[in-house]
Design a protein around this ligand. Structure first.
Ligand SMILES: [Zn+2]
Length: 277
């Protein structure tokens, strides 16, 4: 398959939707990018990976049949990634990782998915629906142009300091960490399912119980962060009530994790929120 048209369409669409400075970053990062397609046998733990971006070889690798939306998702990763050889850190949008640290993967996947659906249509197979939900709420705090710009510049630090205007730095870091854990848990779950025969059933069930409880708590924490931040941001806004209601509508949609639905009583969570900084 020839991907030139897809890449051209990606550039044409983004050119009219980004400020020049950000578009130049995107264009430079995907200049001469390689897209490879290969067949991958179904093996435990890897069957759900549909594509990836190789930072070191600047190539997008697609496994088996993928939708065009997946290619756009990977093109966003490629557009926002670079490898700092001196520091030995991969900067990929809001995801920064090296041997010592790994931060921002959840928020990065969520935002990548948000941009993909905004400009190139919904990916019905997206594995990052919850991360996308929170990335969208974060963008509401930061503003679309600024958040897109931080993403393309891989500028996690500016994102953190911008969010710290409405919450403590500790709370911001906790929020980013909680979203990262979602991805780790999702991967562990796939491992458990793939190794189902090798795990005693009671142990298997106990793991899921424990994780469900953890996820329930994490959702409360993520929602509290969002609510507190919005309240701090909108505190003096003349349209506070209207904006608060919009936020509540956005947040009241049930979220699904491991096929279990989590619904929160937004009214009671709003009740506990107060202006903190
Ligand atoms: Zn991705």
């Amino acid at each position: 398959m020839n991907y030139e048209k897809t890449i051209q369409n990606f550039k044409d669409t983004m050119k009219v939707n980004l400020v020049a400075e950000d578009f130049n970053i995107l264009q430079n990062n995907i200049d001469n990018i390689m897209i490879n397609q290969s067949h991958r046998e179904h093996t435990a733990g890897t069957n759900y990976i549909v594509g990836g971006y190789d930072f070191f070889n600047r190539s997008i690798n697609l496994y088996n049949e993928v939708s065009t939306t997946t290619i756009y998702h990977e093109l966003f990763h490629a557009s926002s990634s670079y490898y700092d050889r001196q520091k030995e850190v991969v900067f990929s949008g809001f995801h920064h990782h090296s041997k010592e640290k790994d931060i921002g993967r959840g928020l990065n996947e969520g935002y990548t998915e948000l941009l993909t659906s905004r400009y190139f249509g919904n990916d019905t197979d997206s594995g990052y629906k919850n991360e996308t939900h929170y990335a969208n709420l974060v963008e509401g705090l930061i503003g679309k142009e600024q958040m897109q710009s931080f993403y393309l510049k891989s500028d996690l630090d500016s994102l953190i300091s911008e969010l710290s205007k409405y919450n403590s730095v500790e709370a911001v870091m906790q929020f980013i960490d909680d979203l990262d854990k979602f991805i780790v848990i999702e991967e562990l779950r796939k491992d458990k399912i793939d190794n189902f025969e090798n795990i005693p059933y009671a142990e298997y069930l106990a793991w899921f119980d424990e994780v469900n409880e953890y996820i329930g708590k994490t959702y409360m924490q993520l929602n509290q962060f969002i609510i507190d931040s919005y309240i701090n941001k909108l505190y003096n806004d003349p349209n506070f009530e209207e904006k608060k209601n919009q936020l509540m509508t956005m947040m009241s949609a049930p979220l699904t994790f491991f096929n279990k639905e989590y619904v929160f009583d937004m009214n009671s969570q709003f009740g506990t929120s107060s202006r903190t900084i």
